[in-house]
Design a binder for this molecule. Structure first.
Ligand code: FES
Length: 156
């Protein structure tokens, strides 16, 4: 994370003095964007840089499910399994993706291409079922449309 410190310094400049600890979340998001996940050394670096207790960073990491502590695949398929999505077939879609990719939710394919995750409400219940691939929403999905989507991702 050391190479990101000039960016973090710019964020600090926008804050009143004494509020550096509020940068934990934006710094973690930027580190994840850069590395793909938050490593132990990143936490150590932030503890030192922001002068915050390690527990404060651990709390943020455990609260926000979008923050990852281990590497994931190039394509992160996050399937919502809350009420609206489940009522419209999310569990069948998860099973189907699981069979297609040969992994269980929470796992990454051996080639490092796909990670499959079961997630809570993605905030798009009106267009359920919803799947996120990296930062992009795919709404009103079905087993068939996901089959097509995975095939497209495999070709890219
Ligand atoms: S229940 Fe799936 S997006 Fe809200």
């Amino acid at each position: 994370m050391r190479h990101l410190i000039p960016e973090f310094e710019k964020l600090k400049e926008r804050l009143p003095k004494g509020l550096d600890s509020t940068l934990v979340l934006p710094c973690l998001r930027r580190i994840q964007e850069d590395r793909g996940y938050i490593a132990d050394e990143d936490i150590d670096g932030l503890v030192e840089y922001l002068d915050v207790p390690r527990i404060q960073i651990e709390e943020v990491l455990t609260f926000y499910s979008m923050l990852r502590r281990k590497p994931i695949g190039r394509f992160h398929l996050q399937v919502c399994h809350n009420v609206s999505c489940t009522m419209r077939g999310a569990e069948r879609m998860i099973d189907s993706l699981s069979r297609r990719l040969g992994v269980q939710p929470g796992q990454t394919t051996p080639d490092g291409r796909f990670t499959l995750s079961r997630v809570e409400c993605l905030g798009s219940c009106g267009t359920a079922p919803v799947v996120m691939v990296n930062e992009r929403y795919h709404e009103l999905q079905s087993e068939e449309s996901l089959e097509q989507l995975v095939a497209e991702l495999e070709r890219s």
